[in-house]
Design a protein. Structure first.
Length: 118
């Protein structure tokens, strides 16, 4: 394992997480697959472990700046927890290649939506 490279992935993932809310999945998963040679399942699972404290630090900083809408967050939390559990459960039925393809399609759709629509 290249620990310096892993550290750079973590730094960039944390930066994009704090700025855009997308550090774990969008940045760290592809980087771990291609640069650290983790399987898609390992990259997703590792990203989830790393993003918990990263998201907490970013959320606290955003809260300090007055950007957190607590009422929305509290309504999102129960179903997001359920969705996280179900998503992790569903990965056991997908091959690494299918998981990687599904993730790529998701990124393309989100990117197109951000670029082409208001």
């Amino acid at each position: 394992m290249n620990y310096a490279l892993a550290g750079l992935i973590g730094l960039f993932g944390g930066l994009t997480s704090g700025m855009f809310g997308v550090g774990g999945g969008v940045v760290m998963v592809p980087a771990m697959i291609y640069l650290l040679r983790l399987t898609p399942h390992q990259a997703v699972a590792t990203s989830l472990i790393v993003i918990v404290p990263t998201a907490l630090v970013g959320a606290l900083k955003h809260n300090h700046a007055g950007h957190v809408v607590w009422s929305a967050g509290l309504w999102l939390l129960p179903t997001a927890l359920l969705g996280g559990y179900l998503g992790a459960w569903l990965t056991q039925f997908l091959s690494g290649q299918d998981l990687k393809r599904a993730f790529g399609c998701f990124l393309i759709l989100v990117g197109l939506r951000l670029l082409l629509f208001k």
